[in-house]
Design a protein around this ligand. Sequence first.
Ligand code: SF4
Length: 398
Amino acid sequence: MPPIPTKSEIRNRYLLMKPSPSTGAGLYIHVPFCTSVCLYCDFAVTIAGEERRNAWAVGVVREAEMYADCGLTFDTIYLGGGTPSSVVPERLDSIFVGLRGQLEINEGAVCYLEANPEDVTLETTTLWRQLGVDVVSLGVQSFDDEALGFLGRQHSASVALAAVEILLAAGFHTVSVDLIYGLSGQTPGGWKAQLARAVSLGIDHLSCYQLTFHEDTLFGRRLAHGLIEQVPEREQAELFFLTHEVLADAGFEGYEVSNFAAATRHRSRHNQKYWDHTPYLGLGPSAHSLANGRRWWNRRKVRQWQTAVDSGRPPIEDEERPSREELLLEALMLGLRTTDGVDLNRICERHGIDLLATNAATIDRFCKSGHLHMDESRLRPTLTGLAIADTLARSFNL
Ligand code: SF4
């Protein structure tokens, strides 16, 4: 592990690259608190009381101070977690004030908040609106009580439905709902009904994720001991295609493998930065950052992160400078997971390689097989291409 950098080293080392004038950088704040831990969750989360939440809020602003004058201007702020909606609005307000005092944040920066249904009330939504939250991403996961119990969620389907209704009435720019599919025993018909339910609510955006069994989770251990089953790959693929077909028929644009927007203006501007390597800064435990060709990430354990920021040290766990090939492969993988695909001219400018010339046979093969198509300088995946984006990207000779 490299030595922990000082504040001035942070500035010189990580933040020399300015984003292009048209695109600001992204700011991510990791809120590591939840009221209980879901059985499948592998995020950096903890259950903690008010004292630790207070200390974390102060710590986030202290960490932001380490990046003051960093040269980045932010046009998106994303509060993710964990459960950001479980943080009292007054504390969120103090964080926003602190961040604006330390960092260059555009007046019109788009502000995202992840919320759990049980935290959504008329009062909280009013306060979130007053704080400038534009987009709320609601962790519904399922409209079926049995499935919610299986996942270890704290809310019921009726609470989720009421939360969506409150959010829609509050006038946010975008109300998004997260759903999980691929639960053992889930039939295509059952999943289709879940999607139809979500669409019928009039939401602006949907994120649909396949259930993943991470080793260090209760689900991972149960799977290892044969206590639960994973949906076979073929059925998972079927559910993936079904998701895209049903939502396309309902007028949603599947602009990324897992993300669907009712209109282009509802696409996630913040996530787009991860997909096209626009610089982003992450604050809080486990948060990742990318700028100046370097990637670095914070200590995952809340206490370790807190101890570092409290003593004025950057809470960085480690860093790397990806090689040109690694960055290029990642750009291809991330780009081919979106229907915008990759702009080969931009790849050439950024990475100095003309893929059309060096990989003509590969591109031709995947265009003929119906996985990719060329659209002027853009190489775009078809739906079958989206399903195997990583495999397609790895087939290129970089
Ligand atoms: S609410 Fe989200 S972050 Fe918290 S434990 Fe559940 S899945 Fe993890």
